[in-house]
Structures are given as C-alpha cells and as structure tokens.
Unconditional design. Sequence first.
Lengths: 499, 490
Amino acid sequence: MSAVLVLVLAIPALGAVVAAALPARADRAGRVVGTLAAALTFGISVPLAVRTEPAGSGARGIHPWQQLDVAWVPGLDLRFHLGVDGISYPLVVLTTLLTLLCCGYTLWSVPGAGRGRLLTALLLVIEVGILGTFLALDLVLFFVFFEVVLLPMYAVIAVWGGDRRRHAARKFVLYTLFGSVLLLVGVFTVVSTTGTADLVRLTAEGGSGLARGTQLAAFILFAVAFAVKSPLWPLHTWLPDAHTEAPTVGSVVLAGVLLKMGTYGLIRVAIGVAPYGAQRAAPVLGILAVAAILVGSLVCLAQVELKRLIAYSSVGHMGFVVLGIATLTATGLQAALIGNIAHGIITGLLFFLAGAVKDRTHTGALGELGGLRETAPALAGVLGFAAIASLGLPGLAGFWGEAFAVVASLRLNSPLWTVLGVLAALGGAVTAAYFLRLLRRVTHGPASPAVATIRPRLAPAELMSWAPLIVLALVVGLLPATVVSMAARPVAAVVSGSR
Amino acid sequence: MVQSVDHVALLPAYLAAGTAVLVFLVDLLVARRGAVLAAAALGVLATAAGAFWLRRQPDRQTFCVAGDACSYVVTDRAALLAVLFALLTLGVLAFSAPLLRSRAVPAGEYCFLLAASMTGGVVLGFAGDLITLIVALETLTVPLYILVGLRRQALQSAEGAVTFFVVSVVATAVALLGAALLYALTGAVHLGRLAAALTADNDRLRSLPLTATAVVLVLVGLAFKVAAVPLHAWAPAAYDGAPVPVAAYLSTASKLGGVVAILYVAVGALRPWLDVAGPALALLAVLTMTVGNLMALRQRRMVRLLAWSSVAQAGYILAPLGAFAVSPGRTTDALTVAVAATVAYTVFYVVLELGAFGAVVALRPADADGGSLTDYRGAAYRSPWVAGAFVLALVGLAGLPPGLAGLFAKVVVVRSLLGGGAGWLAVAVALNAVIGLAYYVRASVALFGPPGPAGRARVAWPVAAALGAVTLVALVVGFAPQLILDAAAR
C-alpha cells in the first residue's frame, strides 16, 4: 500500500516530463497528458486515507496512517521517508484537486505567452514539490521538497504573468529562497545536535534531545522560514506582487496550496521538533499574526485592484491561521488546519473568478468595474458567494477557522491573548467590510463601459473548475467535522507536552 | 646514497608527461590538427586509466628519506584526484575542438600546454612535501599563462594573460616565502614532519610571531589558485580574455588544484596550528563568497559573470575549513567531516561548472569569446537541449532543484559547518546563496529572451558529447550524491 505514496509523487513527475518533452505542434496533446496525470494523481491521493499502519497510542508524536521509509543519502542523514496522517491528508487532497482543476483550466485557456504544455508541466512539478513537503517525514527530505517549488513557480510567474511579471517573479523567488536557506540552517541545527532527521522520532522526543537555547534558535529559524512562505506580516511583501502578476492558475496554486507549506511546516516541523522554543516564541508569533490580520484587512479597505485585494485578504486569512497555531492548543491547531483548507478552497475560487473577470473586461481596477450582475449575473452570483464565504459567514467554510482561532485565543485566559483575540475579531469585522465593498464596487450599480459589453455566458470549462470548489466551500462549512475529526488525534498528539 | 624509485607509483605522472611529449612529436611529425587532438585525447585517457589502476593497488610511496618521510605518496584519494584531473582535461580538450578547427589558436602548442598543465595536476595529489606540492602547482599554472594569451589578435587575451601572470607570480612568491619561513623554523618540508615539528616545538614556536606569519602567508599564497579574496582580481580578466575552453580549465582543474593544495597544507602540515589557520580560512571564505556574489550581480558579460560566480564558489569551498576557527571544529571527527565536505563540494562544483562552460562553448561561435548576456537571447529556442543543460548547470550552481547536485553540495557544506559548531558561517553561506540566485537567474533568463538575429548553429560532436556526458554526471550525482560523499570520505 505504501507504493501509493510513491505513485502520488511519481505520476505528476512523469506527466510533467512527457508534457514538456512533446514538440510544439503537439501542444494540446501535452496539456491533455498533463491533465490526465493530474487526474490520476487526484484519483490515487484520495485512498491514502486507508490506514495500513497500526493505530497510534495517542502519545506525543506522529502516527502516520501509511508510511514508507528507505535510505537515500545516508551521508546527509537523508532518508526517503514519506507518510500521511490526519494533519497532512486534507492538504494532500486539496493539492491534488487544485492542480487538477488548474490543469483542466489550462486545457481550455492558455495565458498570452502560449506553450500551454510547459505551463501544465510546471504546475505538475509544483505539485510534486508541495505533495512531497506535506508527505515528508524526514527533515532533510522536507527541506529538499520545500525547495522544489521555487523555480517552477518563478517560471510560471515570469513567463505567463502580467506586465510587471519579471519584477514580481524575482521578488517572489528571492524572498522565498531567503526563507528556505534559513530552513536549511534550522534543519541541520537540529540534525547535527540530535543525530537524526526522523520527524517521527524527533516529534516523539518533543525536543528532549535539544538544549533549550538550541530549541529556541531552531524554532526562530523555522518560524522565520515558514513566516516568509505563509506569509506573515512583515515578511509578506512578495505576495501581493506575485499574486497580482501571476496568471490565474499560478495565483490559484500559490494561494490555494503553496502558502500552506508555511503553516503546515509551522505545525509539523517547528512545533513538532522544538516545542519549548514554540512556547517561548508563541506570544511574538501571536502578535505578528494579529498584526497581519489588521494590516491585511486595513490595506484591503483601500485597495483599488481586484487581484491585489484578494492577495492582501490572503495575508489576513493566513494571519488567523497563524494565530490559531500560536495558541498551541488543540482548538487553535484544529482551527488552523480547517482555516488552511477553507482558505485554499475559497481563495482558489476567488482567484479563478478574478481571472474570469479580468479575461472578460481586460481590467482589474475596481474603479472601472461595476454592475457585473447587470451583464453577467451568473458570474456575479458566484463571485458574491465566494466573497461571502471568504468573509466568514457561518455555514460556509471560512467561518470555522477564524471563529475558533479567536475562541482558542480567548480561552487561554491571559490578558495578552484576550487582547489578541479581541483585535483579531475586530479584524474579522473589517474583513466583512472590505468584501462587501468589493461586491458593491464590482457587482452592483450601473454597468461600467468595461463591463457593459462582456460575454455573459460561463464556459463549461470554467464551471467545471469552479463547481468542485463551490461544493467544497459548502461541505466544509456545513460539516466541518469532515476535516476536524480526521485531525483530532494527530493534533492532540502534537499538542501534548507543548503547553 | 642511491635512492630506490618505485616507478609503478610514478605511472600516472609518466603517462601525463608522456602525453605532453607525444603531442609535441605528433605536431612536429604529422602536423595535422586531428592527429594532434587524437593523440592528446588518447594520452589523457591513458593517464586516467593508469591512475585508476593504481588506485586499486595497495598504497605506495617513493622518494623517501629516513624511511618515513616521503615526497610522493600514493593513496586512494590521490589516485582519484589524478583521475579527476585527467577527465577534466579530457572534457576541456573536447570543448576545444571547434576552437582548434577555427585556427584561432595553434593546435600543437595548445594541446601540448594543456597536457603539461595536466601533468602538474596529476602529480599534485601525490605530493608529500611542500616543495613537490608547490612545484606541481606551478607546473599546473605556468602553461596557463600562455594558454590564456594564446588567442591570436586579441588584445583582451593579452591583458588577461599579463594580469594572471603578475598576480600569480606574486602569489607564488608569497607561498614560497611562507614555506621557506616554515622550513627555517622547523627544519622540515615534508607535510607529516612539519606537523610533528609544529607539535613537538609548540611552546617556542607559539612565542614567535614569525610562525603565525608563515602559516598565513602559505595559505594566502595558495588561496590565489582558487581565486579567493584578496588574490581574486585576476580571475574575471583572465577568464574573459582566455579562449572559453581555457576559462573552463581555469575554473575547474586549476581551482581543484588550489583546493587540494590548501587541504594538504592546512590539514596535513599545519594541523597543530589550525587555531591560527582556521580564523584566516574563515575570513577568507566569508570575504570571498560575499565579494564574488556582489560583483557578479553587476556583470553584463557571460564569462565575467561566471568568473565572479566561481570566486563566490571558492568561498563556499573554503567555508567548511573555516569551521577550524572554533574549537569544536578542530576535533578529529569534525576535521574529517570538514575535509570530506570540502572535497565533495569541490567535485559537485567542478561538474556543474564544466557543464556551464561547455554550454557557453556550444552556444557561441567557434572563435568568439563569451560575449555579453544579450548575445544569448533566444538560445532556448535555437538549441533547447544545450540551453537546458546550461540552465541545469546554473541552477545547480545556485543550489536549487532541479540542479539537485548543487542543492546537495550546499547541504553538505551547511551540515559540516553546523556539525563543527560554526553556525555563523553556515548563516553566511545561506545568505550568500540568496544573493547568488539573483544573478544565476538573470543569466538563465537571458537564454529565454526574444531571439536575436543569429541563426541556429550546429554544435560540434565532441562538444555535444562532452556536454552530454557532464550533464548526465550532474544528473546522476544529483540523485545519488552518496557516490561522491563516499569517494570524498576516503
């Protein structure tokens, strides 16, 4: 059964190679091959939920449902150790689903620069990197996969992006590399002190092999590395540029799953390996998270560009996720996990919709949009749904993560965390304000010249890519237990001993 | 007293020197380019085979005095280095084929000088005393003065050669002065005896400021060969003026020679003085990587960019030895790890660098220099495979996937530094990797620019074959870095 873990990585890799190797005249064939590979990957990622390993005792540590452990480079303490559990499984499925949707979308529409087969191939390589990061149970392997996504994402932005794509792509790659080199230093700080890179063992030991100072240093290195990726204020400035310039599918993957590598890393690696460091640094992390929420939502209130607004809203949403993590409680971590998934679904959908609006009107300026519901009621309807889901209406996916992050923070019963919880809740209110402002500017009012002449029909490919996300936003919103129940035991096993 | 000489041990040296003579004779008697090149390639292959065979034999030594101190020591690692030097020369010869065909340089002289230089490299690994070491290193370097300036009617070439020559002579003088001072202080030239003398006479030598001066002088002089700061300024001028294959040789074989020399001296002879040598090496490493990276950011010409990048890479190569600056880095275990890390990083680097220069050769007209970055516009559409190899090499040098070889190279260095307790050096290496990415990406992006007027050029088969082989090696060691790590740990 553990062969599935390898296949989940091998199929997209193979698909990418085939798609890229096809000649230019077989461009469509390349995209079809890529999409098939993505579909196959999604298909085999779902049954990863089957447990083949013995059930964990509930003691501190990681108790994977399935795992695979073979030596790769003993000289670097690098083992090819993969596994999946309740924390990583939802993210894995989200990744394979979003990649499939993006590949399918590329089948229908290729951004201006053409060569869609290469775009599909790069999306698949990014998928390999992200899946590898979520599945890795070896610190060094985690780092290797963490690095894999950098250059393909750079290429996606730099080749298929908007007018200022070069600048945005360079900013993205340099910022995120800065994060990952710190991760490298952190990883080997831990590995050279404890002599093992096995995440299962390191998490089970709960940092007992590390001196307190080393733990704090390691946690800070990890936290900065993951904060760049998440991104956490004040290390977020690469994100708005990258999102604004990236092609639609690039933005979807970036917001939908790439950012989750940061928050997942915080839970699995930073808290797992250095719990004492996490305890010491948690207040700082919480303050930064709340700052991210407030800054993100205030900036959004003043944004005049559609994609930039959604990008900054990501900063705020990820702030809630980090706040949940920073509480170091089971409730908070659960909130973070469901917030991760919800943000991936909703913001993925929002970027698809922003792409659809920009494709039709050729502008993203809020001032030039307006009255979308007059000319394209279906598109306006879906946009309204996504925006309301994103602002956290109860009953839709966005609600649970944000509400419970605040609850977890208030429950800690300390003055600092109470203040943080209240401020975060205020930020949530501002979130509602700016999304309503967005809807008022884009969908309501008289149709602006740019909107008046647009094609109202939604293409089947668009519906196909959006429908699963719309359904999931409802399902996760109405039945949060689908995600939460899966993560309950693994989260408890991480938290025990952290606080 | 008649010394018995073990001629079997000398086999690689004989073969290498024989290659030079053979090339010379073939050029004299046959006087055809093809024949000269074939003779050179054959000789180099024979050298590699001889050294490889010697590796399988039990360890030998020769030119010994008083039994235990030998000037020529055959070890596993030394034989492996000889093989590596021969293979690098073979690669450079293959890259030189179009250059020789274009008659921009005289074939006979070119091949002879390259073979002569290789002889120095082959002997270097076997050196057991300071004199053999420095003579081997000079044999490696002296032919390069001429090779750098060999391009007919190129002023740049002559400038590069003169800069190289002047800096090199100064560096050699500095290294020799250091070696002479060490001899004056200890009466020993053999690496092992020097270490013993430095240990035995520690108290007296510690009180003499001259000893520390000698240690630093030797290291700084040798650092020239790897183009480390402060003796780095020759590299961009020499690389850019030289024919591109010679630049490839300078940045791979010649740099490997420097690394070997520094390792032998620092670890073999100066081991009791690592507390002095360590900080010097750490300082050299940090300065070298930072200066190299910052200067590379500003370059507009491809070979100059690669030259500065290779300066920066020299900093990464020296970095593991910088761990000697802290006391946990001087234990026997940490020492072994640091040396293995240096060797492994060098091998990864040499493979990637040879690939990058090979791609430059393949993308440029036969008699041209490296050109500016804009000359490479559209290369990705004209020759996608060569451009692919180039990007792989550049990304590898930056240390990112898909250039896994480069990624693992960086991992090796950071791991050894953190293992040796030199966390700040690891952070310096990590931050420099970020600066480095900026210009490696710029060079890679240049290939994808809008196509220029140049049409699709045919790549000569020796170049294509060599580039293919190097890229394949880079891919293989990327997925199986343990091969290199094992070889380096011997």
